[in-house]
Write a protein that binds this ligand. Structure first.
Ligand code: WTA
Length: 661
């Protein structure tokens, strides 16, 4: 964010208190703050017992040996039982759990809680027939279809941690994730629908399982038939999902596990090339997901139609499609496709047709809708909406105001929710029935969470000051470690301040003490709400035979928040070729495609600039700040710490409008 924006933040004086009728029925109340302040552990114990059903109650709440925590450790439960059986047993089996809307028009299907329960029991038996037991990891690589939810819950039912890999990731990314977690089974589909066309998934799994002479940990691949496209088949390894489920026993007892039993691993980009396997456990995670679905999203399961537009491959899909809302017994919409297929009003048509009451989406989507124009949502009746949520990146006040006015009809509270893959659940957000929300601010830590903004020395900044966003007390849904790498867990999150969790974000407190999250302060980029590390993309570029060195920065982008910009030094053999402008442009395309193949299309650089030198400090560290100036067409800042201060002139002279795309 620019200095100008920072200044503006402090002057924001628009506030939106909750409408009285909303406040009157809101789950989250002002008393919760006082209750949590007065008795931190007692408050969490109460949430754990209110929102989660335990097959064995816990006696111990928190055990904190910084930076390792256990929550509710001697309790036992099953997450899948809480998401399904609990509701069926309570007599709510006929309630719709999922209104599934496929991308092709007319491709819809509703699943009641009973129907999901049936499917999940069969899926658990099918997995167990393949030798998946408690503690075995299952990789899930699926489009946004109900089978993704069914697969995750079937794993949870067995106590087999799932590792969901976003369907937009490449086979290479899938391979490293499968290998890191030693997954036993992969659940995938022949393909999915994206922008009006079937696109394949299974070939990426086939490629990921080829290991030269090494043996893969994967023994079987379960394949959902979604598109019906031709699919290569490895006999003995590959099985159709529908056949395996049909052959499976119809009933399955959920396996009670200890509260600290691993529920899932989810990989996220860090500041090095190797993604981190964020490990979440069962009891604390489920507690905080369900609690926040209730007090922040204000889900009233008997009357709401909830819709979170995230993909199941990201943490938002885990916490706020599967575990939070389903533990409450909510009815929700799951939509497979993109917002503009077949027309730019698709989202609003869904809101109208299904009577969506709560919408949870990302600022990048909101900015895209703004660009498309408000006449599009105006064509639909969206009067069912009563609450709007935002997640994934800072939401600028203009987008916040547009969201509230155009989508929320000026009547729906907007909750800007800050959290991370690592935090597992919402940490900083207004409570929609309590807080007077300020456009662009995530406001304050929710009851039970203690956040602050610290300066370099570790002292809290005064109101009006900026610094590093931290969490000063452990919380139930916190990551327990980086899978297989405790040291990285300690160094990454707990290394900057003693006993305090550093989130990697910069933040500012305004004059009222409300928190404004400003974005990452490390080498992690946020592209359309997706986390990507600069180093990961640099490694992908350098793995191309023509590239000698690469530096990647995230440059501001009006729609996607940030965009990937790469600076590349070619190997000498490739330089001559690229000297010719035509071939240079071709090479840039080749490199972009290469990154998409190595990581996934979301990582494709918006721009690649071929340069002769990169700006480095005397110790050899690339000065990304200067490259960002170039990528954002700014006057280049202070170059005095550069080993060779003429490098920036060289870069600027060399660019001259060519070599980028
Ligand atoms: C950013 C997504 C500002 C932040 C749930 C964080 C936000 C990263 C917000 C985590 C928000 C998320 N305001 N920034 N409301 N929500 N972020 O792990 O930089 O995919 O560190 O989790 O997204 O991204 P992740």
């Amino acid at each position: 964010m620019s200095e100008q924006t920072l200044e503006n933040l402090l002057k924001e004086d628009r506030t939106f208190p909750p409408p009285p009728e909303f406040a009157a029925h809101a789950n989250g109340t002002a008393e919760l703050y006082a209750q949590a302040d007065a008795d931190f552990e007692g408050c969490w114990a109460e949430q754990a017992r209110t929102y989660v059903t335990w097959s064995k109650d816990f006696t111990q709440v928190l055990d904190w040996n910084p930076p390792f925590a256990t929550w509710f450790a001697d309790g036992e439960l099953n997450a899948c039982w809480n998401a399904l059986d609990k509701h069926v047993e309570a007599g709510n089996g006929d309630r719709v759990a999922i209104h599934f809307i496929g991308e092709p028009e007319g491709d819809t299907k509703d699943y009641t809680y009973s129907e999901l329960h049936d499917q999940v029991q069969r899926a658990a038996n099918a997995l167990s027939a393949l030798g998946v037991g408690t503690g075995d990891t299952v990789a899930i690589y699926l489009p946004m279809i109900p089978e993704a939810v069914i697969a995750m819950l079937a794993c949870a039912r067995l106590g087999a941690p799932h590792s969901v890999v976003f369907g937009g990731f490449s086979s290479e990314a899938l391979r490293t994730r499968i290998d890191d977690a030693s997954a036993k089974v992969v659940i995938t589909a022949d393909g999915g629908y994206r922008r009006g066309k079937p696109s394949s998934l299974k070939p990426a799994v086939d490629a990921a399982l080829v290991h030269g002479d090494d043996v893969t940990s994967v023994t079987n691949v379960l394949v959902v038939r979604r598109t019906g496209q031709d699919t290569a088949w490895t006999d003995g390894r590959d099985l159709w999902w529908h056949e395996a489920l049909a052959a499976a026993e119809p009933t399955h007892e959920a396996v009670p596990v200890g509260a600290e039993h691993p529920l899932f691993i989810l990989y996220t980009s860090g500041t090095t090339g190797k993604p981190k396997g964020i490990l979440h456990t069962t009891g604390g995670f489920l507690t905080q997901c369900a609690y926040t679905s209730s007090v922040v999203h204000d889900v009233h399961p008997e009357s709401d139609v909830y819709w979170c537009t995230a993909d199941i491959g990201w943490v938002t899909g885990h916490s706020y499609i599967v575990y939070g809302p389903m533990t409450l017994g909510a009815t929700q919409v799951i939509y497979e496709g993109t917002p503009d297929t077949p027309h730019q009003g698709r989202f609003w048509e869904i809101v109208q047709d299904y009577g969506v009451t709560i919408l949870y989406t990302a600022p990048t989507a909101i900015r895209t809708f703004m660009k498309w124009g408000e006449e599009i949502p105006a064509k639909f009746d969206m009067s069912s909406l009563r609450l709007l949520g935002s997640v994934g990146e800072p939401i600028n006040p203009e987008a916040w105001m547009w969201y509230r006015r155009v989508i929320g009809g000026d009547r729906c509270p907007v909750v800007d929710t800050w959290w991370q893959t690592e935090t597992g659940a919402i940490m900083i957000s207004p409570l929609p029935g309590v807080s007077a929300a300020v456009p662009g601010s995530a406001m304050r830590a929710i009851p039970g969470i203690v956040a602050d903004v610290l300066d370099e020395a570790g002292d809290p900044v005064p109101d009006g000051g900026g610094g590093y966003l931290v969490i000063t007390k452990p919380w139930p849904a916190m990551l327990r470690t980086v899978y297989g790498d405790d040291q990285r867990y300690k160094d990454t999150y707990w290394g900057r301040y003693d006993g305090v969790y550093f989130a990697g974000d910069g933040a500012k407190k305004d004059v009222d003490g409300d928190i404004w999250v400003l974005g990452r302060v490390d080498d992690v980029m946020n592209i359309s709400g997706h986390r990507l590390s600069t180093t990961e993309i640099e490694s992908a570029l350098v793995s191309h035979p023509k590239v000698a060195e690469a530096a990647v920065v995230g440059a501001a982008d009006v729609t996607t928040g940030q965009a990937v910009c790469a600076f590349v030094i070619l190997r000498s053999e490739a330089v001559e070729e690229a000297d010719d402008v035509g071939e240079g442009a071709e090479l840039v395309q080749e490199l972009r495609t290469h990154v998409a193949r190595e990581i996934g299309p979301i990582a494709k650089p918006r721009q690649i600039m071929i340069v002769e030198e990169l700006p480095k400090t005397r110790s050899g560290k690339i000065m990304r700040r200067l490259l960002r100036d170039v990528a954002e067409n700014r006057e280049v800042g202070d170059v005095t710490t550069l080993a060779d201060s003429s490098v920036m002139d060289l870069i600027k002279a060399g660019l001259g409008g060519t070599g980028s795309s």
